[in-house]
Design a protein around this ligand. Structure first.
Ligand code: ADP
Ligand code: MG
Length: 325
């Protein structure tokens, strides 16, 4: 390696993001030291992106740096947490300074937008893989748990769905849609917007939440104008009508937030969203029954072919794999 591991960390990953007062010690020692605000709980999440599984190996490094952080910030949003600190474990096949420069730029600029500081990590050589650990905090007992929805709660989803799924189809099948629609959809796939602003705006109003990384199934239709335009386009028969219907429901990678609120909070929630110029659609209601019933706009029940992305589908059981090692 022309650049040592130490120089690489120093050059690209020291002081990335925003310097925070609550970082007692960041990059440079065996571990970081953080001070958590009094009366708060630490919220921690980690996600890995592997080349060839989660992204195309030739993807623009700025986008990749953005996305590696975005998917983790999205998990903090889904817990209603204020993002604060991140760690980055990078496995690189070689040191490519141009690539590292782009990656750290994408990573750092999103970190700055959310007031987050990179406080450490690990750098190793091997097949390209990126693991980020994001940390934030919530007032004691105030985190949004996914199991906390109660019957009667209204279900909402932020933004629009299916854009990232459609972008994947466009890339894989080289679909000839209008260029600026393709660009808009690809941006949604490669540089998703984690919904932390929405999460913080809804502080105290939400009962339960999840982020939609693997696809939603429900009775909704929040579609973007680019998605609608592609569906209306004369080339829309390039995808089957079942697929057009399934993309917003089952495709992943949108990183929108799905949350529930008590029905009596509806006015307050919608006022809060519109005051901040934020978008969320009401898509359904929590009832007493088990499972999910998904009603189409024509009143028919929707039968899912595929309920969402599953990494180990068709592979040996996870336990079996672990035991084989
Ligand atoms: P150790 O041998 O103690 O694991 P390392 O040599 O791996 O230490 O890392 C030295 C310092 O650099 C540590 O503080 C670590 O957190 C930080 N670091 C290593 N890789 C990264 C990275 N990709 N991004 C941010 N900080 C990193
Ligand atoms: Mg290390």
């Amino acid at each position: 390696m022309a650049v040592s591991e130490f120089q690489l960390i120093e050059r690209y990953f020291t002081d990335a993001g925003v310097p925070r007062d609550d970082v007692v010690w960041g990059v440079g020692d065996d571990a970081a030291i953080l001070s958590l605000p009094a009366g708060h709980e630490l919220v921690v999440s980690t996600d890995t992106l592997v080349a060839g599984v989660h992204f195309f190996a030739d993807v623009d490094p700025v986008s990749l740096g953005h996305k590696a952080l975005a998917v983790n910030l999205s998990d903090l949003a889904a817990m209603g947490a204020q993002p604060a600190w991140v760690m980055l474990a990078l496995t690189l096949p070689q040191v490519d300074e141009q690539w590292l420069c782009g990656f750290s730029q994408g990573f750092s600029s999103l970190a700055c937008q959310h007031g987050v500081q990179l406080i450490g990590g690990d750098t190793t050589r091997g097949p390209l893989s990126i693991t980020v650990q994001a940390m934030g905090f919530v007032k004691q007992g105030a985190a949004w748990r996914r199991d906390a929805a109660t019957p009667g709660d209204l279900i909402y989803v932020t933004g629009t769905l299916g854009d990232a799924g459609l972008a994947l189809q466009i890339r894989e099948r080289r679909l000839p849609f209008v260029q600026h629609h393709c660009d808009e959809l690809l941006r949604r796939l490669e540089r998703p917007t984690p919904r932390n602003v929405e999460a913080l705006a809804l502080n105290g109003l939400v009962n339960a939440a999840i982020d939609l990384s693997d696809g939603l199934l429900s009775d909704l239709g929040p579609l973007s104008s680019a998605f609608n335009a592609c569906q209306r386009d004369e080339c829309n028969e390039q995808l089957s009508s079942e697929l057009w219907q399934a993309l917003p429901l089952s495709a992943g990678d949108d990183y929108e937030l799905c949350f529930t609120i008590a029905a009596e909070k509806q006015d307050e929630v919608e006022q809060q969203l519109s005051q901040h110029g934020l978008i969320a659609h009401r898509i359904g209601v929590i009832d007493n029954g088990p499972g999910l019933r998904c009603v189409l706009s024509n009143g028919e029940l929707y039968q899912a072919q595929q309920s969402g992305y599953e990494h180990f589908q068709g592979a040996p059981g996870v336990d079996e794999q672990v035991n084989e090692r």
